[in-house]
Ligand binder design. Sequence first.
Ligand code: MN
Length: 237
Amino acid sequence: MKPVIGITADVEISDKHFLNGEYVRAVIRAGGLPMIISVGIEKDVDQLIGLLDGLLLSGGNDINPMLFNEEPHSYLGEVSPSRDSSELELARQMLKTSKPILGICRGLQILNVAAGGTLYQDFHNQKEGPILQHIQKAPNTHSSHYVQVEKGSLLESMAGSERIVVNSYHHQSLKDVPPVFNVTGVASDGIVEAIEGTGEQFVLGVQWHPELLSTNGDAVSLQIFERFISECAEKGN
Ligand code: MN
């Protein structure tokens, strides 16, 4: 039996659900069976989690800053309140299980907020010092900035290196990271690019998009999906 991987759908302001096909194909390529998760499931999260061997929190819009006790900065982008509440409940409950979680881009930010962390709503205006181009103008399968990887981390074991190069499509990033996570990847401007759980559970969040890079055969991206899916096969139902 293939491990069933719940992938949260992206949700537009119009309430239309969609998901970039690269997420689905990356999961299938690594041996998983994808299942797209809608909004409106927060009251039935326990039952839903019972159906899953692992959870992939996908990319998308900005997160409502009220969820980390801030009012909206003028440069906050579009938010999807229904998606926020579904994903936060799903992330909180999944973090209490031993099932693997992979958070990509917004998914990393959801993990952080679910565990009590905060975000820069727009780091160009809120973070001190020079900032790299994190909304790259190169094609989305191109890796544009470096990430310094923590020695001894899960990510280092996947990358086989303490420096990797990633793509980048974000203007929000993690600010305060709660103690349940270690920061294991940082850009040269100090922007957090990867976190991992400190416990036994496989929890990895990355700020970049390995599902896009994997279409070009990027070795680290393929490793991220292969390790995630094999953990799901081992630790899931
Ligand atoms: Mn970046």
